[in-house]
Design a protein around this ligand. Structure first.
Ligand code: 13P
Ligand code: SF4
Length: 354
């Protein structure tokens, strides 16, 4: 929907008043009305790096979800303040792994006698508590754009990986990029005693996948891939690795949001694409590349926007910017120092991956 011109003007004025004091980051899944005010856009890996690259900005306004704002706080200096325009912008996947559940899982692994061989690898899409757990136990963070490199590193440190919270990214990376088999993977269900696994199953597994998923990407189906291939002959199917394994296995190309954009930039005129990722991004790409003769469609008509990404809308952004311009620090995201120290260790291991 087109932005309210009054709100556009207010956002522009507040941003101008703040000048270099504010730096606005926008994840690719944000609405157009918000993205137009982002100083940089990116996937979660790029934004984590960009947040750390602006030490002179007093305020980092993060247009994305809560775990991204936490990561930005961890990676920036203590006097920089990270602001999330709507505190209700969480992530259902990140909520699928709580600190208590993960501590319990570690006890289960310890009791099965495998904990010493396990290196945790946590997806960026997790709370600061989970990142701290990961750092404490010698593990690293990964994003969808460096998951293979993170797993390569982890398997140099130990024999097994506990991958959390996205079972699909973990499985897809292990099987598609690392040559493991589906049988090398087991799923730990935090809602079942011992994760629903026997000690023998834990001993035999190489990848212990946390039973979490993305409520958006998890909904693309194999049927949607078959349907689009029948409807659009010659279509290239390009999906995010948070999709289910069967969808990824049936796709032509798989990668993070940044990879999806680069692939479409490089695509020849006349090519046809069906994209399995968040709808705001797919619509923006379809509009951007239509004049170049690239036909881009959304992979599945029944999948919706990410509802929590969409919570950041222009009214919330205007409110946050105007508050900051008037000297009121609102919606600050601040990770406590102890959690921050361990989470930072895990994030820095990721940033140092080859
Ligand atoms: P990337 O930004 O790493 O592609 O992750 C997608 C996502 O779901 C972010 O919430
Ligand atoms: Fe979380 Fe999925 Fe939304 Fe990303 S797209 S914020 S993983 S629910």
């Amino acid at each position: 929907s087109p932005s309210d011109p009054d709100l556009v003007e207010r956002a522009r004025a507040a941003k101008e008043k703040l000048g270099d004091k504010v730096f606005v980051l926008g994840h690719h899944y944000q609405r157009d009305e918000v993205i137009q005010f982002a100083d940089v856009t990116g996937d979660s890996f790029k934004l984590a790096r960009d947040a750390a690259a602006r030490p002179e900005a007093e305020y980092i306004v993060f247009c994305g979800v809560h775990f991204m704002a936490e990561s930005a706080d961890i990676l920036t200096s203590d006097d920089q303040k990270v602001v999330l325009p709507d505190l209700a912008a969480g992530c259902s996947m990140a909520d699928m792994a709580t600190a208590e559940q993960v501590a319990e899982c570690w006890d289960v692994l310890t009791e099965a006698g495998v904990a010493e061989q396990v290196v945790p690898v946590s997806y960026m899409n997790s709370s600061a508590d989970i990142k701290a757990f990961t750092g404490k136990h010698g593990g690293t963070i990964c994003t969808s754009s460096n998951a293979k490199r993170a797993l390569d590193w982890a398997f140099e440190q130990g024999e097994k990986v506990l991958f959390l919270p996205d079972q699909h990214l973990g499985r897809n990376t292990a099987v598609r990029d690392m040559g493991m088999s589906l049988d090398d993977c087991v799923v730990y269900n935090p809602h079942k005693p011992n994760g629903g696994l026997t000690a023998d199953e834990l001993r035999a597994a190489k990848m212990i996948l946390w039973r979490g998923h993305c409520s958006v990407h998890g909904r693309f189906s194999l049927d949607s891939v078959d349907d689009v291939r029948a409807r659009i002959p010659g279509v290239n199917v390009l999906v995010h690795p948070e999709c289910k394994h069967e969808v990824v296995a049936a796709a032509d190309y798989v990668g993070s949001t940044e990879y999806i954009i680069k692939t479409l930039e490089a695509a020849p005129a006349g090519s046809k694409w069906a994209i399995g990722t968040e709808l705001n991004l797919v619509r923006r790409l379809a509009n951007r590349f239509a004049p170049e003769g690239k036909e881009i469609v959304f992979l599945d008509k029944t999948v919706c926007f990410c509802s929590t990404m969409n919570r950041i809308d222009l009214p919330h952004l205007v409110w946050a910017l105007e508050s900051l311009a008037e000297g009121n620090l609102v919606n600050r995201i601040e990770v406590d120092p102890e959690t921050e120290a361990f989470a930072k260790l895990a994030l820095e291991r990721m940033l140092a991956l080859p």
